[in-house]
Design a protein around this ligand. Structure first.
Ligand code: MF3
Ligand code: CO
Length: 287
């Protein structure tokens, strides 16, 4: 999700909060939360959407190989989502023309499927969203095409590990800043100095794909609003081999690294349910 004001998420969030424009789902349920709080039956529908996203991504992952076009991957994902009785959330979203985002190598996020043919050594990130009865799931994976170089594989592994570090920070009573802090610390544990993209962030999710709060991939532990039962968040670290600076291509969608080096993107939707945290878009919970 794109930030309204790059690098100034706290102030964007702050001013929106003061104006209280986060309706229709503000401050209901258990009192004072600024965020949409889901009931168990709403979470059950999000879980359905999440599993359909997981299955669609798995189908795409198994199909990725040198020679396939990114548009073929989109067709597979779309038929998987629709075949499961769900709706692709990306299609038509602010005019977006496809059911998944396919971002190759230096493309960070929001790559549009098309005639591009995947080649051995590419790293391709697939982002997928589905809606079941109005409830959303959103997830992304990075996939090596054939054999990739060790540093490309490490980039993907580090990003995936950072995602899971962020997911593990989502516990009742923790703070929003704990998530970004965990993602950042996880990436920084590595010897290599990866870039952590800050112009795009994770997000609240539920009756819309993108809702408050923003979930940045850097942060200060102990800061920000409390995470409470009923919340659902999409956490989505984007990590690069070089600069964290990004540009948007002329198609107005594709986000690329400013230095042309590769990026990886992994995402899950996580819910704080009455039974604890559940990764809605994971088949097997690795928490
Ligand atoms: N999962 C993506 C995100 O959170 C959503 C892509 S929206 C689309 O940024 F319109 F680009 F598909
Ligand atoms: Co997302």
């Amino acid at each position: 999700m794109r930030l309204l004001v790059a690098g100034r998420f706290e102030s964007v969030l702050g001013s929106r909060r003061r104006r209280g424009v986060y309706a229709p789902h503000v401050a209901f349920g258990r009192g004072k939360s600024k965020f949409e709080l889901k009931s168990p039956s709403e979470f059950a529908q999000m879980r359905e959407a999440g599993l359909i996203v997981a299955e669609s991504l798995e189908r795409v992952r198994r199909t990725v190989s040198p020679g396939i076009t990114t548009l073929e991957l989109d067709a597979i994902a779309q038929s998987c989502i629709r075949g499961a009785g769900a709706t692709p959330s990306f299609l038509g979203y602010h005019g977006y023309p496809a059911s998944i985002c396919v971002s190759v190598n230096d493309e960070v996020v929001h790559g549009i499927p098309g005639a591009r043919v995947l080649a051995e050594g590419d790293l391709v990130s697939i982002d997928c969203g589905a809606i079941v009865n109005g409830w959303h799931g959103d997830a992304a994976i990075s996939i090596p095409v054939g054999e990739v170089s060790p540093h490309i594989q490490q980039l993907s592994d580090i990003t995936r590990e950072a995602l899971w570090a962020g997911l593990r920070a989502v516990v009742d009573g923790a703070r929003l800043g704990d998530i970004g802090a965990a993602v950042q610390a996880s990436v920084r544990r590595s010897d290599y100095s990866y870039g952590i993209v800050v112009d795009y962030v994770g997000h609240g999710i539920g009756s819309s794909m993108h809702m408050a709060p923003n979930v940045p991939n850097i942060g200060t532990a102990g800061s920000g609003p409390k995470l409470v039962t009923g919340m659902a968040l999409a956490i989505e670290p984007m990590v690069t081999l070089g600069t964290a600076e990004v540009d948007v291509l002329e198609d107005d969608w594709t986000v690329v690294t400013a230095d042309g080096l590769a990026a990886a993107h992994w995402e899950h939707t996580i819910a704080l349910t009455e039974d604890g945290p559940i990764v809605m878009t994971a088949v097997e919970d690795e928490l």
